[in-house]
Design a binder for this molecule. Structure first.
Ligand code: COI
Length: 355
């Protein structure tokens, strides 16, 4: 179509360095959708490879009502962020990790996936095309949402005959309404998010529909979110609806091990490395719900959430509190991670990608 731009053509002319910031209230960003200028779309027929892809004006997409994603849930998403540096340049955080995770999830969901190179290039092109939506330094970030959807029509249960890879972006601020203040979690005792052999370890869309009921009930009761336990023993921590969980006791930081029912978070993995480099002992293992009782601090990690301190956890009506403000370990790790993501300290791990 006439309004379609090829990725490389977009960047040099109409969306150049001189493009100023979008005219929105940058001081009050929450985690909500703000429509932006462009989205990326690439398609793949069954057995083929993904097309080169194009940037199109952001807007609705057309789907056959029999699309695999609509009928049988063949869909995956990713989440990553771009930050604007003081000098105006833009940093992506570990985009290859998202590409690899999408490939892993696509295999589980019987979908083809774009190559790491195509994924990362598409993310870069989409961010640069929407450059005026990357918040000024310190005001938030540009949240990048890649989607992989079975868009071909199927009636009988089978993998869809066509797939679409889409990327859209939105400027965001803090995920929880508490901002950076500690959140209050409730342990879910009846519902579970994942089962052994299921899809809890991949970022498939259905995992997120499955947690809405408990999340809504928790919010009605004043909690920020829900903490899930394993479905076999109803005893070991798994994750929160939208983030991973960590428990701090002295110099030891523990987090549930990845074993197929927990989303392998990129922020989780990054925090483990950052903490080890700062001299903490990090253990990935079974973490019993009882360990919440004598923890010094509890915190959550995720791309959207970043690192959020937990102020209290309620389990079977019993509430454990972790003090008023942000704990020192949570604060230390939050600062280290966000400085790295914003390009304020040297990136010794080579995690950031400069645009
Ligand atoms: C993210 O942290 O990027 C996620 O995908 C979680 C989502 C529920 C907001």
């Amino acid at each position: 179509s006439a309004s379609t731009l090829t990725p490389s053509a977009t960047l040099s002319n109409n969306l150049s360095e001189t493009h100023e910031l979008a005219d929105i209230d940058w001081d009050n960003l929450g985690f909500g959708l703000q429509n932006t200028d462009y989205m990326y779309i690439s398609k793949c027929q069954q057995g083929g490879t993904f097309s080169k892809g194009e940037l199109k004006p952001f807007g609705n997409i057309e789907l056959n009502p029999a699309a695999g994603v609509l009928n049988y849930g063949q869909g995956l998403f990713e989440g990553l962020k771009a930050h604007r540096k003081q000098d105006g340049s833009i940093l992506l955080f570990r985009p290859e990790e998202n590409a690899e995770r999408m490939k892993f999830g696509a295999e589980r969901m019987c979908m083809p996936s774009p190559s790491t190179e195509q994924f990362v290039q598409a993310v870069k092109d989409t961010v640069l095309a929407n450059k005026r939506w990357v918040p000024p330094p310190g005001k938030g970030s540009l949240y990048i949402r890649p989607l992989l959807l079975g868009t071909g029509a199927v009636l009988g249960l089978a993998p869809a005959p066509e797939y679409t890879f889409i990327i859209y972006v939105s400027p965001v601020g803090n995920y929880f309404k508490e901002g950076l203040a500690p959140i209050n979690l409730v342990v879910e005792n009846d519902l579970h998010r994942a089962t052994p052999g299921g899809t809890g370890g991949v970022k498939t869309i259905g995992n997120y529909a499955a947690v809405l009921k408990a999340q809504s009930a928790a919010k009605v009761k004043g909690y920020s979110d829900v903490l899930y336990l394993d479905c076999v023993h109803n005893r070991y921590l798994e994750e929160v609806s939208s983030c991973n969980i960590f428990v701090v006791k002295g110099n030891i930081i523990s987090t549930p091990a990845i074993k197929g029912t927990i989303l392998p978070g990129i922020t989780r993995k990054s925090i483990i490395d950052v903490a080890r480099r700062q001299g903490f002992q990090v253990e990935e293992r079974l973490v019993s719900v009882d360990e919440l009782l004598d923890a010094d601090e509890v915190f959550c990690t995720g791309t959207a959430v970043v690192l959020s301190p937990v102020g209290s956890v309620t389990h079977l009506g019993k509430r454990v509190s972790y003090g008023q403000g942000t704990g020192t370990v949570s604060q230390q790790l939050y600062t280290a991670l966000t400085r790295l993501q914003m390009g304020l300290i040297e990136d010794e791990m080579n995690w950031t990608v400069d645009l």
